[in-house]
Design a protein around this ligand. Structure first.
Ligand SMILES: [Zn+2]
Length: 256
């Protein structure tokens, strides 16, 4: 997921193929200033080190911020770390993200939220900018505490791995996403992080089921989907245009 505003360039959870995806969207990875990684599973960090090399201009400039869970930066039990000490040292700064940690970067407030996942140090994220508030569940199962964590957002981006009637531990399924969205009441819900079963059922069908249940506009993300936020109003764009990249607003590009 890539977030850009007039002053911010932030890459969140660069999974496999993230570098090539940036290229196809016409986004320059050497301009990234923040790399945020929610937890230590490869679908969230696989391209992290190569993107740190891009952010630091081929390891030549100490530049940018890495903000990540402790599993990603230090390792936790048998998990991780995902970023080597060498690559961490290339950035100008590294911040360990855990729930309740919050930092202001390039006019965006980035806050870490709770998750309930198989990486116990994992986090969700909240992005607050003058153009609106986006809450990202990260990988998590549904627990009551999440209702408070995500309250007050304009857009709720949920990692929905499983379709209807197929719940598994540590992840959201379609019913969970509907329950969370109906409690939070964002202006728009976005589903991402689909597992194979959900892809076979059709992400759009799961989104329309949630939309019917909640009355909240619900979109199934596709690779490269641009989301534009302006004055708290979210809209999904057809493609990442140069105009969008330079827009004086908050925009986010998502991957499935
Ligand atoms: Zn995960």
């Amino acid at each position: 997921m890539y977030v850009h505003t007039e002053s911010a360039r932030m890459h969140i959870d660069p999974g496999p193929g993230a570098l090539m995806r940036l290229r196809s969207c016409g986004i320059d990875p050497t301009k990234t200033r923040v790399l945020a990684i929610t937890h230590c599973h490869p679908d969230h960090y696989a391209d992290a080190e190569i993107l740190i090399e891009a952010m630091t201009h081929g390891c030549k400039r100490k530049r940018g911020l890495i903000a990540a869970s402790s599993s990603v930066l230090r390792g936790y039990g048998d998990i991780g770390p995902a970023v080597s000490k060498y690559h961490s040292s290339l950035a100008a700064d590294c911040v360990l993200l855990e729930p309740a940690v919050s930092l202001e970067i390039d006019h965006i407030r980035l806050s870490a939220l709770k998750t309930f996942h198989s990486d116990p140090t994992g986090i969700g994220l909240r992005l607050e900018s003058p153009d609106g508030v986006i809450s990202i569940t990260g990988d998590t199962s549904l627990k009551e505490e999440l209702y408070e964590e995500h309250r007050g957002c304009d857009v709720l981006i949920m990692s929905v791995t499983r379709p209807l009637k197929a719940r598994i531990p540590y992840h959201l399924c379609t019913e969970d996403a509907a329950m969370l969205a109906s409690s939070i009441k964002p202006k728009m819900s976005i589903l991402t992080h689909f597992g194979m079963r959900l892809i076979k059922k059709g992400p759009a069908s799961q989104a329309s089921w949630i939309e019917k249940q909640t009355g909240i506009r619900t979109v199934a993300a596709w690779d490269g989907m641009p989301l534009l936020m302006r004055n708290g109003a979210p809209s999904v764009q057809k493609s990442v245009s140069r105009q969008l990249q330079d827009a004086k607003s908050l925009s986010v590009d998502l991957e499935e």
